[in-house]
Design a binder for this molecule. Structure first.
Ligand code: DGP
Length: 113
């Protein structure tokens, strides 16, 4: 079954899109946890990071490259930011479509909750 992110990819529901190409889309999180909180989502429907296979190697590299570029475009590259991939239940993943959270604009703390 398609996730809410597939609906955003297909423009069936609106989102504040900040970047898009043939492989991925980046848009602002609806419930931001930092001044900058962007979700970077591959257009390929992969349930979680636990589900990736060797054929996704280039796509995963592409996503990290784009995360770096999006962070630069948002002005948080030099100050710093965090990239998070919540994975499955104990990882805190709610939407079953792999995605990178790009969080910045404030000091991050450690450990994560
Ligand atoms: P995760 O817990 O890692 O699966 O994070 C899912 C994130 O997706 C969460 O921070 C809220 C966000 N989110 C859920 N539904 C929507 C939506 O319809 N639009 C946007 N922009 N973000 C959403």
């Amino acid at each position: 079954m398609s996730s809410i992110f597939t609906k955003i990819i297909n423009k069936e529901i609106p989102a504040a899109i900040v970047y898009e190409d043939n492989e991925c889309i980046a848009f602002r999180d609806i419930d931001p946890k930092a001044p900058v909180h962007i979700l970077l989502v591959p257009k390929k429907e992969i349930l979680s990071l636990a589900e990736v296979s060797a054929e996704d190697k280039a796509l995963l590299g592409h996503l990290l490259m784009k995360a770096s570029e999006v962070a630069k475009a948002e002005g948080i590259s030099e100050s710093g930011y965090r990239v998070v991939v919540n994975t499955n239940k104990e990882g805190g993943q709610e939407v079953p479509h792999v995605h990178l959270h790009i969080l910045g604009g404030r000091q991050m703390t450690w450990s994560p909750g």
